[in-house]
Design a protein around this ligand. Structure first.
Ligand code: IVH
Length: 681
């Protein structure tokens, strides 16, 4: 039990879990089993009564002025060429037009956003979920590399400066040596040490950590201050920030690839960890035009370094059941360090993969880890050895609930590679995974209600469906448990905070709620699209129900005609809405919460909410750019003309769509008229 406590403390407070999730769960389960069999042995401070140390007493929240994006990845030279080609196509550049792209190291630390007003540091926030981060202002002030007052001149009145907090290799080694001498446990890698250092409760502790900061980007600002990325970074340096010396502009893809190879050569001697090279379009007006797709800019990409490999023993193959019931075989490995990180699990994907690898328990295996991707098993090294374990047989029943686990056949008669548990909501694994997803950062994002708390409330029979979360205090009372503040590990403050965080989400944003439902093919991007398109939940759900009742009808048509929405998403939504238990769940849930309207982007725009179709040749911009711009102004872009079309933008060569639009009385305009309409928006 002491072990569980230690694991809790390191998981919740130290940014340094020392047990794997699986090992932790096992410990906790064993403790519960012992307590169930020998209740008199249960201690008053048993961890089974306790939900991690967090229930966030930590940091305040700061909403970023401009979201902190992530980067798409390139893994090969070809991916880099594709990146440049995509940009050229989007901007409509000719082969002879110069496209300058910068290259710089991708620092393996954690990103930080610093807000300056009139040159004074006023706020510092971690990335968080990209939209809202943690307020680490007091801690960030202790970093020597973070100017408290900007130097020089020419900075906008208000600006968010972004960059990476990291620890050098030498400082990391010294830090760990000191930890060791003091009998404390070591940090796993510099990134964890940096994250732990920045997220200290006491800024005096942060001050003693050797944290450094490289500035490489910016967010919201009151006025533009440069024309190119290169010029902007030079300004950051003039204002007193550390910027990276290995940041250079390149005129060609070959130049980028050379910079990448050069970086691999230098990597070991840089003195700090990097995990790739970031390329960015140099011209800021082009960055603006390129914009972003879902969470990543179109104008930047991270070229990742090749995966690192290691050899270890595969000790067992376990089956994990996911949110949608998929059974994933997981290799439990003898822990081994790969590229600075201890790896003890690797995914085996599915039964075909196991067969292909012919991997068995007890085998020596080569594994690889690339960035944040789940480690993979590459091959078996000793397939010829005698007395090998028998071949692994994928179970045909769910290990969690005993229901049949089947490989579905799709409409084209193709068998799914994944085996899925058919238990649905009688399967505890699926229920728990769905609940975890429902409260996760990208869904309802309920502070203090994480995986461990969900498991605990589930084990105690308090939460088994989303609506139960909002009935928690009543359900605790009805089940005869002490009120939450009496539970060990909660206390008045944290119990109140958790319940307040739950109450706060009674106002649930459309897209977060939809994503949280965990419907197959309806993830974050799709949910965002629906939310922007329909704005009101009731209108959207009405369409789903009508599409369910009449798959050929107008509502179904309206759903599939949304640009970016596929038939799979619509099919999954209507299937979801057909299940009586989902109908009941939705009714109960909606009686607990109010769904906030989605944001129709730029609602003052004359095209927001309008359905626009482009046809013929566009001359001022490419089709991709036209579509992206229209979507960002809140228009729905459709590929075909129907009674629902509001505007047809017809360039030279327009044919049948133009004719149809004219027949239907749709507002038809030229590209120039369209540009006039949206100019200045
Ligand atoms: S630019 C919109 N430049 O990588 C572009 N990011 O995978 C935003 N990172 O969250 C990022 N070094 O924490 C950029 N030179 C660099 C970087 C860098 C490290 C991190 C950053 C970001 C993550 C995206």
């Amino acid at each position: 039990m002491t072990e569980i406590k230690l694991a809790d403390a390191s998981y919740y407070a130290d940014d340094d879990p020392h047990l794997t999730d699986a090992a932790y769960d096992k410990l906790r389960r064993r403790n519960l089993e012992i307590e169930a069999r020998f209740p008199h042995l249960k201690r008053s401070d048993s961890p089974s009564d306790r939900v991690g140390a967090v229930v966030s007493d930590g940091f305040g929240k700061i909403e970023h002025g401009v979201p902190m994006l992530s980067l798409d990845n390139a893994f090969s030279d070809e991916d880099v060429q594709d990146f440049a080609d995509r940009i050229r196509r989007f901007l409509g550049l000719d082969a002879q037009d110069e496209l300058v792209i910068t290259a710089e190291p991708k620092i393996d630390g954690l990103s930080l956003s610093l807000t300056y007003e009139k040159g004074e540091l006023v706020k510092a926030a971690t990335r968080g979920d990209g939209r809202v981060g943690e307020d680490v202002t007091a801690n960030a002030r202790t970093l020597a590399d973070v100017p408290k007052t900007l130097k020089g001149a020419g900075w906008p009145d208000r600006i968010e400066i972004r960059g990476e907090v990291y620890i050098s290799d030498a400082d990391f080694a010294a830090l760990n040596a000191a930890e060791e001498a003091a009998g404390r446990k070591l940090y796993m890698n510099p990134r964890n040490a940096a994250a732990g250092g920045l997220r200290q409760k006491d800024p005096a502790v942060t001050a003693q950590r050797p944290l450094k900061f490289y500035a490489y980007a910016w967010g919201d600002m009151s006025a533009p201050f440069a024309q190119t990325q290169y010029e902007a970074v030079q300004k950051l340096a003039e204002w007193g920030f550390q910027t990276n010396d290995l940041f250079h502009p390149h005129q060609s893809v070959e130049g980028l690839i050379t910079a990448y190879r050069d970086m691999i050569e230098r990597r070991a001697n840089l003195g700090y960890d990097i995990d790739g090279v970031v390329y960015k379009v140099d011209r800021l007006d082009w960055q603006q035009r390129l914009g972003f797709v879902s969470r990543a800019p179109r104008w930047a990409i991270a070229h990742k370094f090749p995966a690192e490999k290691a050899i270890t023993t595969l000790e067992a193959i376990d089956i994990q059941v996911g949110r949608t019931g998929s059974l994933t075989p997981v290799a439990r490995l003898k822990p081994v360090t790969v590229g600075g990180v201890v790896v003890s699990n690797a995914t085996l994907h599915n039964e075909e993969e196991i067969e292909r690898l012919d991997v068995r328990e007890g085998d020596q295996v080569e594994i690889q880890r690339a960035g944040d991707v789940i480690p993979q098993v590459l091959r078996v090294l000793d397939p010829e050895r005698p007395d090998r374990a028998p071949a692994f047989v994928m179970p045909h029943t769910c290990p969690e609930c005993g229901s049949a686990a089947v490989r579905e056949i799709d409409d084209k008669g193709k068998e799914d590679v994944r085996r899925r548990c058919t238990g649905g909501l009688i399967c505890p694994a699926q229920i728990i995974e769905r609940l975890k997803h429902f409260v996760s950062r990208k869904a309802l994002d309920i502070d203090g209600l994480g995986a461990k708390q969900i498991e605990l409330f589930y084990e105690r029979g308090l939460i088994s469906a989303p609506q139960h979360i909002f009935q928690l205090p009543q359900r605790i009372a009805e089940a005869g448990f002490d009120p939450l503040e009496k539970w060990d590990g909660f206390g008045d403050v944290s119990a109140q905070k958790l319940l307040a965080a739950i109450d706060e989400r009674r106002q649930a944003p459309f897209a977060r709620l939809l994503n949280g439902l965990g419907i197959r093919h309806v993830g974050q991007t799709t949910s965002d699209l629906f939310s922007r398109t329909f704005v009101q939940w009731a209108t959207f759900w009405d369409h789903v129900e009508r599409a369910r009742d009449n798959p050929e009808g107008e509502a179904a048509q309206a759903l599939v005609s949304i640009d970016g929405i596929g038939g799979a998403a619509v099919g999954a939504l209507t299937a979801f809405a057909s299940e009586p238990h989902n109908q009941e769940m939705m009714q109960d849930l909606l009686s607990e919460i109010t769904v906030l309207d989605g944001e129709a982007p730029a609602s003052e725009s004359p095209v927001s909410g309008k359905t626009v179709v482009f046809t013929g040749t566009l001359e001022a911009m490419t089709r991709d750019e036209a579509k992206a711009r229209a979507t960002s102004l809140g228009a729905k872009v459709s590929g075909s003309v129907s009674g629902r079309t509001d505007i047809l933008v017809a360039g030279p060569g327009a044919g049948s769509k133009l004719k149809k639009a004219q027949d239907l009385g749709v507002n038809v305009m030229t590209e120039a008229e369209w540009i006039e309409l949206i100019s200045g928006l």
